[in-house]
Structure formats: C-alpha cells, structure tokens
Ligand binder design. Structure first.
Ligand code: LMR
Length: 399
C-alpha cells in the first residue's frame, strides 16, 4: 500500500514541542518553548485593539470576495510605513513594493522562491544559530544554505568580529539573512556600531540583504527596533524584508505578514512585485483576508493604533520584568553561573546556556519545556512557576 510504506517524519523541534506540552498530564508543566507571548495567567490573549477592530469589521465588511494576489494596496502601504517609517525615501519614490503573505514564514518562503528563480546559484547565508525553520524554508525552495558565525557563548552576545570577518568574504551573488531585532533563538542583537559595520560590509562586498523582521516592537520599541534595517538601507539600494504581525499584534493563527521588495526605482519594484505575484498565484492564489484587514484597521485608525501601542508596550514590559525576575531567581540559588546576560538580551528569547542533555532532563523529569539548544521563551514564565523553574534549572545545571 502507498501510505503504509511512508515513514513518519520527526516532530517539528518547536511546534512539535507544543503538541507534546499539551499532552503532558503533569500539573507542574511549564511551556517555555514556542515563541508566543503569554500573560500572567498563561494565556495568549486577543489584544483589545484587535477585538475592537474585529467588531467594526463584522459590522462593516461587505464581501468575502478575493483580495488581489498581493493583498490590498492599503495594507501594503500601512505595513511599509510601519516597517520603514513614513520618512523612508523609498516610500515617496514608490520604490518599495509589498506583498501580503501568510505570516512571516510565508514571506520568507516566497522570498526564497523569488531568489531561487532570479538569483540562481547564489547561496543564502544565515546566522549560526538561527531560527530552526529558516534552513528548512530556504532549503525547500531549492536555495543553498550556508552559515556565518553570530553568537558568542562566552559573552552571550554577538561575536561581531567573527561575523564581520565572514560577511566580508561572502561573494556579491549571494544573499545574507539578517534578523533585524530580537534575534531568534539567542536574544542577542547587534548594537548601532555593529549595524554600521554590517551596512558598510554590505555596500563593499555587494551581497544582497534579506531581513527577517518578525519581532518589531518586542525589543525597544517600533522605531528603535528598525534602526539596523535603516542603517543598512542607507548604504545599499536593494533588499528583501519579511515582516509579521504574529507577535506584535498577537495575530499568530491569522497568519498575517508581508514580503517587501526595496528596489532602486519604482519600475524595478513593480517588476519584482509582478514576479512575486506569479509565485503566489501558483502556491495559494491569493492571501486570506481577515487578519490583514484587522492589522490594517489598527494601523489606520488613530484610536486603535494608540491602544495597540499601549498593549504592545505592556507586552514588552512584561517580558523585561520576566527577564529580571529570572535573573534574580537564579542569582538566589547556587547555580555556579552568572545569568545577568539574560536582561541584556532582547525580545522573547534567551539562549540560556543549557545543554541539550539539560534541556531533555528539564522536559522529561521536570515538565519544563524549552527548545533544544537551550532557548527559553521568557514570556512563558509566570509568578507561580518562577521558583519551580529556577529550582529545576539549578538541578539541571548539576548534571
Ligand atoms: C518560534 O520561533 O517559536 C516562533 O517563531 C514560532 C515558530 O513558528 O517557530
């Protein structure tokens, strides 16, 4: 029989963990795995700005007819304003084209298909480590995947020297994937001086930047978080950018994202968009409407936008508070390690320094779930689980 001859695939290292967590009957279980924001009760709430936008949409939406292949132009304009800032030169020039995509992953995959078609032979270089699915997404599109050094476990920060030494040697035909902020999985971001060096290298070496901007607003703020992107775009005229509303608007399951083509002219941007539309058409024809309509409503309406900024600020504050509470909790125990680096890292994730053996121990023996490599979703910590997590980590460190 056909199906019975097929071997089961291994579980996804991130989403598979959520499935295992859900099935785990132990009442003490704690989910620090998948990168979703959780509030103090462990819920991933619908933001109030989204609820209100949904109410308006429910009352005013006139049709469920198809959207354009690349989504509504108004959505594209609102996203580009948010991502680049209204003053970005490419917006006035019309040289930024936007396609709505099913989440940030969809944007990456369409970008990967586009690169394979129009930059054949060029490799895509990604940081080591990077989000586990990056390699799969680009690999599945037929791109050749390479790695450049990024994280220094000794400092728990970016190894800027090693990174720049590698970027300097990447050939002009290749593509370099850069996380704009809140690096996944490490939480270690470049500072302004680091971004300047990367921008200079991009201009000098001539490789093509592809920015993954999935966490805008989860680092220091919507404007602050785009600084690295703008620093590079001051020096190079072209790039691809993948963005997402999964995290900053909590629209995870609605799958709302965008792929942006920053080109040297409006003509070039439109030509690129026309090819991206062909790619989308054969993959899923056109994007889903609902989530993008909500994101657009929040961005366009001053009141909803104000509310969103408050809610986003509260999420950021909770994560920063959790970072501090985790550091303090571990400092009160005999871990033999200094965890103060956790407060310096940005976004939802921290690379804890725990080994895979320790991560397995924590999941199997303590029901504390984290991603292999030692990535912790700091947003998953709650007051009631904090002491238990700190005790469990301390025990794990003794292995
Ligand atoms: C994560 O890294 O946990 C999130 O981006 C969710 C995912 O799709 O992997």
């Amino acid at each position: 029989m056909f199906f019975s001859g097929i071997e089961p695939a291994p579980a996804d290292p991130i989403l598979g963990l959520t499935e295992a967590f859900r099935k785990d009957p132990r009442p003490s279980k704690v989910n620090l795995g998948v990168g979703v924001f959780m509030d103090e009760k462990g819920a991933t709430p619908v933001l109030e700005c989204i609820r209100r936008a949904e109410r308006v949409l429910w009352e005013t939406e006139k049709t469920k007819g198809y959207t354009p292949i690349h989504g509504p132009a108004e959505y594209g304009a609102a996203v580009a304003d948010l991502v680049f800032g209204a003053g970005f030169h490419g917006l006035a020039a019309g040289s930024v084209a936007v396609a709505q995509t099913p989440g940030g992953t969809g944007a990456l995959r369409i970008g990967a298909e586009f690169l394979r078609a129009f930059r054949p032979g060029g490799a895509i270089w990604m940081p080591d480590p990077t989000w586990d699915n990056h390699k799969n997404v680009f690999g599945a599109a037929g791109c050749s995947v390479r790695a450049y050094p990024y994280y220094d476990p000794a400092t728990h920060g970016v190894d800027v020297e090693a990174m720049c030494a590698a970027l300097e040697k990447i050939p002009a035909g290749d593509v370099v994937l850069l996380h704009v902020c809140c690096h996944n999985p490490t939480g270690a971001d470049l500072d302004a001086a680091g971004w300047k060096r990367v921008a200079d290298l991009a201009a000098k070496a001539g490789w093509f930047p592809f920015f993954d901007f999935a966490y805008q607003g989860f680092g220091d703020g919507l404007q602050e978080d785009r600084a690295g992107l703008l620093a590079v775009l001051q020096k190079v005229p072209e790039a691809l950018v993948a963005s997402s509303f999964s995290k900053n608007m909590g629209l995870y399951g609605e799958r709302v994202g965008a792929l942006m083509m920053v080109a040297e002219s409006a003509k070039a941007a439109n030509a690129a968009l026309s090819q991206v539309k062909r790619i989308i058409r054969v993959l899923y024809s056109n994007p889903p409407k609902h989530g993008a309509a909500l994101a657009r409503a929040v961005l366009e309406d001053a009141e909803l936008r104000g509310l969103w900024l408050q809610e986003l600020g509260a999420m950021r504050q909770r994560i920063a508070g959790n970072r501090q509470r985790l550091v303090d909790g571990l400092a009160r125990r005999d871990t033999g390690m200094d965890f103060s680096f956790i407060v310096r890292q940005k976004g939802m994730f921290s690379f804890s320094g725990l080994s895979d053996v320790q991560v397995d121990f924590l999941r199997e023996q303590k029901a504390v779930y984290m991603v292999k490599g030692g990535r912790i979703n700091v947003a998953g910590l709650m007051a009631e689980s904090l002491e238990y997590v700190c005790d469990s980590i301390t025990e794990g460190l003794k292995l």
